[in-house]
Design a protein around this ligand. Sequence first.
Ligand code: XMP
Ligand code: MG
Length: 183
Amino acid sequence: MLSSDIADDLTSVLYTEAEIHARIAQLARSIEADYEGEDLLLVGVLKGAVMVMADLARELTLPLNMDWMAVSSYGAGTQSSGVVRILKDLDSDLSGRKVLIVEDIIDSGLTLSWLLGNLRTRGAASVEICALFRKPEAAKVEVDVRYVGFEIPNDFVVGYGLDYAERYRNLRDVAVLAPHVYS
Ligand code: XMP
Ligand code: MG
């Protein structure tokens, strides 16, 4: 149950927790088929991907490692600046590793295209992307994403790790943020 002041900030639920879990299970089956017998490294992008990472990693039956990176391309607002800074780097050496970046959402694509370029200079055997959400209408650069959970309209969404000004990450469902919150 949401408190009524949180409910007032949301216009509609886009995907429920159950729908998200079901889709993550499907993605996990594809990933297992593609990485069978490989030594997989999941790289979660903090902080938004925490929930996706936790559910995807537990759904996967492959042996795997998890590592985390934090980058910033957004201030407190809803627009990507395109300028990416590393706030926390990986602990792992990527040499020869099969890397799968786990992301919450691809909006303009600027963050991930930068991250992909950065990780590809570190000697990994492969670098692929799994993103729970993608907004095709918002794309400013094309990013080759191997696994996409849901394609969604160009609305600002929160919940299941996704925030607005660091709020709403703990909502179980993913919902559209009401414009009155950010305008
Ligand atoms: P870009 O535009 O670089 O943005 O693809 C990717 C990052 O921006 C954040 N983002 C969002 N966060 N609701 C959010 O809570 C959204 O609708 C949204 N769109 C983009 C997110 O951190 C993502 O990693
Ligand atoms: Mg993110």
